[in-house]
Design a protein around this ligand. Structure first.
Ligand code: FUB
Length: 325
């Protein structure tokens, strides 16, 4: 293994969403904390209750911790589990999107607003109307239109939303066993970034045969950790395959898809989860990701790391340095 150092070691961090704001690299991660909750397939052990923001002027340079920028007790609708967040800038304001369980135990996506990329952020009193499940990822296209991608199966509850209503009985079914895989979701965001302006729709991933990936295709189907970036005029949708522990991507000419499966970015890391973002900074492209090396393998105590990525002539993503020797 060609290992990398965590970007910070004074707190546990995971699910990094990286963006360039005001010429600096900002990272919006989950803030893992120690609990005595046993690991289970619902992810109850991921019991986070606040967010920090980090920034840096250069990759490999000093990292600034902007401290706690939003905490659970200040979000009226949340009962627990502040999971993987993301951030966006629009018209000079900064928006932190975050998933959490509401008072009924149902995951929703909230938004909090700030004047600076390093926070603090003030949460809206209610989650985004029509939002559900986990792992929001915002993407603002060159024409200014913003999109919110989200969803995650198993503990992320996406399987509960097959009819558009929350079906609690589906919680323990985890995912479809046959037919097409469950898809991540996407909707366009309003100009103030606080609501959806379109119905929520599927982010369909097609195989080389032009058919949606099958539910049984655990090496390639979407599990959680949606991310979208644009390279050379194409939209790249990247995600975790969950129980097979890969980071994969798919490519489209349209931010709403359908996307065609493109390959793997990262092989399994130490720890169960894998989650990432992709960002261009000072002419190079980087993969932000996490593993559980800082805690010597405790699944819910993770640390954020960075690797450079490159594109080949066909636009395929490769790590600049191999992950394993
Ligand atoms: O950090 C909690 C959850 O673990 C995230 O929402 C998932 O993507 C996984 O990394």
């Amino acid at each position: 293994m060609v290992d990398k150092d965590p970007i910070v070691t004074h707190v546990f961090t995971a699910d990094p969403s990286a963006h360039v704001f005001k010429g600096k690299l900002y990272v919006y991660p989950s803030h893992d904390r120690e609990t005595d909750i046993q690991d289970n397939d619902n992810g109850d052990q991921y019991d986070m209750n606040d967010y920090h923001v980090f920034s840096m002027d250069s990759v490999g340079g000093p990292v600034t911790d902007h401290g706690v920028v939003l905490k659970q007790e200040d979000i009226p609708w949340v009962s627990k589990q502040l999971w993987a967040p993301d951030a966006a800038e629009k018209n000079g304001k900064y928006y932190l999107f975050f998933p959490a369980r509401d008072k009924d135990g149902i995951f929703r996506v909230g938004v909090a607003v700030g004047d600076e990329p390093g926070g603090p952020f003030k949460a809206e009193p209610e989650p985004i109307k029509g939002s559900f499940s986990i792992d929001p990822a915002s993407f603002v296209d060159e024409d200014g239109q913003a999109y919110l991608y989200f969803g995650g199966i198993w503990g992320g509850q996406l399987q509960c939303w097959t009819t558009g209503e929350f079906i609690r009985a589906n919680y323990s079914n985890m995912e479809a066993q046959d037919g097409p895989a469950l898809c991540a979701k996407v909707a366009k965001l309003s100009d103030d970034m606080k609501s959806f302006t379109t119905p929520v729709q599927d982010v369909v991933i097609l195989g080389e045969d032009g058919k949606p990936l099958a539910a049984s295709d655990h090496d390639r189907r979407f599990f959680e950790a949606a991310w979208v970036h644009k390279y050379n005029g194409k939209y790249y949708f990247s995600y975790s395959t969950g129980d097979t522990h890969y980071l994969c991507y798919a490519i489209s000419d349209n931010p709403l898809g359908p996307f065609t499966y493109g390959g793997r970015i990262l092989e399994p890391v130490i720890g169960w989860t894998t989650h990432h973002s992709i960002v261009e900074f000072k002419g190079k492209w980087y993969l932000f990701y996490h593993d559980a090396s800082l805690s010597k393998g405790v699944n819910h105590l993770r640390c954020v790391k960075i690797r450079e990525i490159v594109y080949d002539a066909e636009g395929k993503i490769k790590l600049a340095e191999p992950q394993h020797k």
